[in-house]
Design a protein around this ligand. Structure first.
Ligand code: ARG
Length: 645
C-alpha cells in the first residue's frame, strides 16, 4: 500500500507561543515600528511563508495584553542589556496590589551579567533600567520597581476601556489566540466496538471536544478523530456468534441484537467454553483480515450497530467527531514497520519484533510473536499517517492516564525514527492528554448499584430529567413553553455533567455526584449559566438597544470594581492561550468562575448601580462585555448558554 515513506524533517527552531492573538493594539507609531522588527524575529519562522506576509498579519495580530507587554519589554531589554540578545521577557499578571502585570527579568539578568563588568549595582538597578528604557505606550499608565527588581505595570484605564469596546464592536473572535500551528489532530472519545462505552470514554469525549473547540477558535484546522477500536481478534468471535444466532445475519439489526455489550459477553462465554467455536472464531479472523466478503459485511454490520449507540451519546453532548478507526490504518502498518526496520529501529526480542526505548524497561512491541499486529502497531501507523498524509503539526491524544506509558513509548519511537523533533518545545509534536478516574460516592470506580457498567445515555438522561424537575419545581412549567423547558433542561443537565468534569485538573480523579453538579450555588455550570442569564436580564430590563450602544456609547472604567472587571475581561485571550498551550480546560473554568464572582462584586456594589444611574450606558456595555466573554467560555466548554431563568 505504501509506495514510499517520506520522513518529515523537523522545522528549524520555531519560536515560542508568543504573538498569539489578534487582539489589536494602540501602541504609538514609533514603538510599533520597533516592536514589529523584534516580533518578526520572534514569529514562528519554520514555515516557508515570506516574511512579508507575516509582517502584514502581525500588524493586526499583536497578541494578548501579556504578549503586547512582552513586546514592549523586549524592546527595553535590548536597550538595557545589548550584550544579552536572547533574553525573553518574563511577564506575569500581578497577584499583589502594586500593578496589573509585572516583568520578572531583573534577577535572572543580574546573575547573568554580574562580574562581567556591568555598570549595574544589583538587581533593583537592572529593574530600574528596564523600567526607564520601556518605550512609551498608550497601554501603560505607570510603572514602578519593587523589591529585588520587579517592574510593575499599571495599565491605562482609558486604553483598557477602549480595548474592551473594540472587542464589543468587532466581535470576540478578535480576541482569539493565534497559535503558530495550522493543523492539529485531536484523537478523542475513541470507544471500542461492541464493548462498553464507559465513563472514561465520556471524559475523553468531553475533554477532547473542549480542546478541539479551543483550537478551532484559534483558527487551527482540527481533525476530530474518533479512533474507534474496530479491529482485532475479538471480531472473529463476534462474527461467528452472529452467524450462529442469525443465519440470515443481515437481519441482525440493533433491535434484533438488543444490547451489543450483552452480545459480546455471550460470545465470549461461548468462545471460552467451546473449543470448536473457538477454532471457527480464529478462522473467522483470518477470513475477515483476508477480506472475504461475507466476513467484511458481518464486521461492518456489527460496527454499525455500535456506532448507532455511540451517536446517541454524541448527539446529547453536541459533540462532532470523524471516525477513522483502527481498521483504517491496518493497510499502512506493514509499510511503516518496513521503513522502521530499514532504519534499524526494529529488533527481534523473544520472538516478537520490538523497538527499544531509552529509559523504558519494556520495549514497544510492533509485531507480536505470532506475526500479528497490535494496538502499538496501529498507533505507529496512525501517527505516521497523521504526520505525513494529513500533515498535522500537533497530534493530541485524549485517554485515561493508564495509557500514558503506551503513548510515551510511541512518541519516543517516532522521535528515534526522526518523524518528530526530540524537543517538545516546538510544533511538530505529539501530546498525550491523560485524565484520572471518575469515582462513585463510595470512592471506588464509578458503577451503577448492581455493579454493572453505567450506560452513558442513561447517565445523561438522568442529568436532564433532574434539571427538568428542578425547573418545574421553580414554577417554570406555568411560565415557559414545553420547548423552553426541554432546551433549558438539556443545557443545564448536560452542561452540569461537562462542567463537573472540566473544572478539575484533568489528572485528578473526581467523584460523580448529581446533587453537587446540579447545585445552583458554588462552582457549577448551573450557577454560571444562571449568572449569565441574570446579566442578560439586566440588559433587557434597561430597555436599551445594546447593539446601538456598542457603537454610540462610551465605556469608562471609573470605579475600582469596574476596573477589576475590565482587567479580568482583558485577560481572556491569555487564559485561552494558556488553557490551549497546556491542554488544561480547568484553567478556562477557573477563569469563568472568577469572572462571575468579579461581576457579582461589581453588580452588588451600590456605587456601581447599572440601570437608571448616570453611568448606565457605560455599565451596560460592561455587562454586555461580561456576557459576551461568558458565552465564549461556555462555547469553548461545549455548554449551551441560557438567557433567562
Ligand atoms: N490512538 C489511540 N490509541 N487512541 C485512543 C484509543 C482508545 C481505546 N480505544 C480505548 O478505549 O482505550
Amino acid at each position: 500500500m505504501l509506495a514510499s515513506i517520506t520522513l518529515l524533517v523537523p522545522p528549524a527552531s520555531p519560536s515560542p507561543f508568543l504573538s498569539f492573538s489578534r487582539f489589536s493594539p494602540s501602541i504609538s507609531a514609533s514603538v510599533s515600528d520597533l516592536v514589529r522588527v523584534t516580533s518578526r524575529r520572534l514569529a514562528w519562522a519554520s514555515k516557508t511563508e515570506s516574511i512579508a506576509t507575516m509582517a502584514t498579519e502581525e500588524d493586526e495580530c499583536m497578541g494578548s495584553v501579556k504578549a503586547q507587554l512582552a513586546k514592549l519589554f523586549e524592546v527595553s531589554l535590548k536597550v538595557t542589556v545589548p550584550n544579552e540578545p536572547d533574553v525573553e521577557p518574563l511577564i506575569a499578571a500581578c497577584t499583589g496590589k502594586f500593578g496589573d502585570y509585572q516583568c520578572n527579568n531583573a534577577m535572572g539578568l543580574w546573575s547573568k551579567i554580574k562580574g562581567k563588568g556591568t555598570q549595574f549595582r544589583g538587581p533593583p538597578a537592572v529593574g530600574e533600567a528596564i523600567k526607564n528604557n520601556l518605550p512609551t505606550s498608550e497601554m501603560i499608565e505607570s510603572c514602578s520597581v519593587a523589591g529585588p527588581g520587579f517592574v510593575n505595570v499599571v495599565l491605562s484605564k482609558s486604553w483598557m476601556a477602549k480595548s474592551i469596546q473594540k472587542m464589543l464592536s468587532e466581535g470576540i473572535d478578535t480576541w482569539a489566540p493565534m497559535p503558530p500551528v495550522k493543523k492539529a489532530v485531536v484523537d478523542f472519545s475513541s470507544p471500542n466496538i461492541a464493548k462498553e462505552m464507559h465513563v472514561g470514554h465520556l471524559r475523553s469525549t468531553i475533554i477532547g471536544d473542549t480542546l478541539a473547540r479551543m483550537l478551532e477558535f484559534s483558527k487551527v484546522e482540527v481533525l476530530r478523530r474518533n479512533h474507534v477500536g474496530d479491529w482485532g481478534t475479538q471480531f472473529g468471535m463476534l462474527i461467528e456468534f452472529l452467524f450462529e444466532k442469525f443465519p440470515n445475519f443481515e437481519d441482525a439489526t440493533e433491535t434484533a441484537i438488543g444490547d451489543l455489550q450483552a452480545f459480546y459477553k455471550s460470545s465470549k462465554q461461548r468462545f471460552d467454553a467451546d473449543p470448536a467455536f473457538k477454532e471457527r472464531a480464529q478462522q473467522a479472523v483470518v477470513r475477515l483480515q483476508g477480506g472475504e466478503d461475507k466476513y467484511r459485511r458481518a464486521w461492518a454490520q456489527i460496527c454499525e450497530i455500535s456506532r448507532t449507540e455511540f451517536h446517541k451519546v454524541y448527539k446529547r453532548l453536541g459533540v462532532h467527531l470523524e471516525e477513522k478507526g483502527e481498521s483504517f490504518y491496518n493497510p499502512y502498518i506493514p509499510g511503516v514497520i518496513e521503513a522502521l526496520t530499514n532504519q534499524g529501529l526494529v529488533e527481534e526480542s523473544q520472538g516478537a519484533r520490538v523497538i527499544f526505548i531509552e529509559g523504558s524497561n519494556i520495549p514497544l512491541i510492533v509485531v507480536k510473536s505470532d506475526g500479528g499486529f497490535n494496538y502499538a502497531s496501529t498507533d505507529m501507523a496512525a501517527l505516521w499517517y497523521r504526520l505525513n498524509e494529513e500533515k498535522a503539526e500537533w497530534i493530541i491524544y485524549v485517554t485515561d492516564v493508564g495509557q500514558q506509558q503506551h503513548f510515551d513509548m510511541v512518541f519516543k519511537a517516532a522521535k528515534r525514527a526522526g518523524w518528530l523533533p526530540h524537543s517538545d518545545s516546538s510544533y511538530l509534536k505529539a501530546s498525550h492528554v491523560g485524565f484520572g478516574l471518575v469515582l462513585g460516592e463510595d470512592g471506588k470506580r464509578f458503577r451503577t448499584r448492581n455493579t454493572e457498567v453505567v450506560r452513558l445515555v442513561d447517565l445523561l438522561d438522568e442529568a436532564k430529567s433532574r434539571s427538568k424537575a428542578a425547573l418545574i419545581e421553580r414554577g417554570k412549567g406555568e411560565e415557559w413553553t414545553e420547548d423552553e423547558i426541554e432546551s433549558t433542561a438539556e443545557a443545564v443537565g448536560y452542561g452540569a455533567v461537562k462542567y463537573a468534569d472540566l473544572k478539575n485538573n484533568r489528572l485528578t480523579n473526581y467523584t460523580f455526584n448529581f446533587d453537587q453538579m446540579l447545585n445552583d450555588k458554588g462552582n457549577t455550570a448551573v450557577y454560571l449559566l444562571y449568572a449569565h442569564a441574570r446579566i442578560c436580564s439586566i440588559i433587557r430590563r434597561s430597555g436599551k438597544d445594546v447593539e446601538e450602544l456598542k457603537n454610540k456609547g462610551t465605556l469608562v472604567l471609573g470605579h475600582k470594581d469596574e476596573r477589576d472587571l475590565g482587567l479580568h475581561l482583558l485577560q481572556f485571550p491569555e487564559v485561552v492561550e494558556e488553557a490551549c498551550t497546556n491542554l488544561l480546560p480547568n484553567v478556562l473554568c477557573d477563569y469563568l468562575y472568577n469572572l462571575s464572582e468579579i461581576f457579582s462584586k461589581f453588580y452588588s456594589n451600590p456605587e456601581c448601580k447599572v440601570v437608571g444611574s448616570d453611568m448606565e450606558t457605560s455599565r451596560l456595555l460592561l455587562c454586555e462585555a461580561t456576557a459576551v466573554v461568558m458565552r465564549k467560555c461556555f462555547n469553548l466548554l461545549g455548554i449551551t448558554p441560557i438567557y433567562k431563568i
